[in-house]
Design a protein around this ligand. Structure first.
Ligand code: AMP
Length: 279
């Protein structure tokens, strides 16, 4: 390869050696792979066309592919290109050696402030870049965040994102991470992603998302009330709580901007500016 400039057409399975499976998603499997000529390591996502037909995700997949190919940012997983055969579509993705942030979080329970702030700063930078390009992700959650070999955060999975300059109406995303305007199925804009940064900041520090409840309807209610509680634990500083409170604001226009997240004292004090994080 090197798969930069991968708009090159004509990739086929013959160009790759397939290695171990990396994971299984809703619509397909992901394998470690090496492009034979360049020896470049990638992740190859295999999606069966039958599944695309069955779930009618044709448009969603095309949108995901177009958006992810066009975005170039150190904290956004690259999609280098794609090809297909009669049964399958193959996405050539940047390989994220560290796997899902979700697994890191489950393993450690919660993160310290330095690690949490580094991930939040990386996320804010990547989202600022998305928003500049009129892309709203709408489905940021730990399962959609991957880590590279240096522990750098990479946003993956643009399946629910939209490229739009106007307010959107579709209800989507995962309950615990949904902003009130999404829960209410109201028009929403880029500020839904800012809300999710607040949710993740809380989850990184406390190990659980803030509005978790026994039932879905209770989570809805807690989100709508912004029923935010901070358990009294010594490892979370007042500055961290201050940042979370400024993001989990019901009025979307009053949420802290992504630039202000990056400039927030908790971030400037704790985040590694290189974005490298060895948990
Ligand atoms: P997905 O279908 O995108 O949900 O991917 C299924 C699983 O494969 C994920 O949960 C990851 O653990 C793994 N995976 C997906 N993409 C990559 C990648 N680019 N690098 C490493 N692992 C990946």
């Amino acid at each position: 390869m090197k798969p930069e400039g991968s708009s090159r057409r004509g990739w086929s399975l013959r160009d790759f050696e397939i290695g171990k499976p990396l994971g299984k998603g809703k619509f397909g499997r992901v394998y470690l792979a090496r492009e034979i000529k360049s020896k470049y390591i990638v992740a190859l996502k295999v999606i069966f066309k039958e599944q695309i037909e069955k779930y009618r995700i044709h448009h969603q997949l095309r949108r995901e592919m177009e958006i992810q190919t066009s975005l170039r940012h150190p904290n956004i997983l690259r999609l280098y290109g794609w090809f297909h055969d009669s049964e399958r579509i193959f996405l050539i993705l940047e390989f994220a050696y560290g796997g899902e942030l979700y697994n890191v979080l489950r393993k450690h329970g919660r993160l310290n402030e330095k690690h949490a702030a580094t991930y939040i700063a990386s996320l804010a930078q990547a989202l600022a870049y998305c928003h500049e390009n009129h892309v709203i992700h709408r489905d940021i959650k730990p399962e959609n965040l991957l880590l590279d070999h240096e522990g750098r955060l990479k946003i993956a999975d643009f399946g629910w994102s939209v490229q739009s300059k106007s307010k959107r109406h579709t209800m989507c995303g995962t309950l615990d991470y949904l902003a009130p305007e999404m829960v209410e199925n109201k028009a929403h804009d880029q500020a839904v992603d800012n809300w999710t940064v607040g949710i993740l900041c809380y989850e990184f520090l406390y190990g659980v998302p803030p509005f978790e409840a026994e039932s879905q309807s209770d989570t809805f209610k807690r989100i709508m009330k912004v029923d935010l509680e901070f358990p009294p634990v010594p490892h979370v500083s007042p500055e961290a709580k201050n940042l979370i409170c400024q993001l989990l604001v019901k009025d979307s226009s009053k949420r802290l901007s992504l630039q202000k997240i990056m400039d927030h004292p908790w971030i400037t004090k704790n985040a590694n500016p290189e974005g490298i994080c060895n948990v």
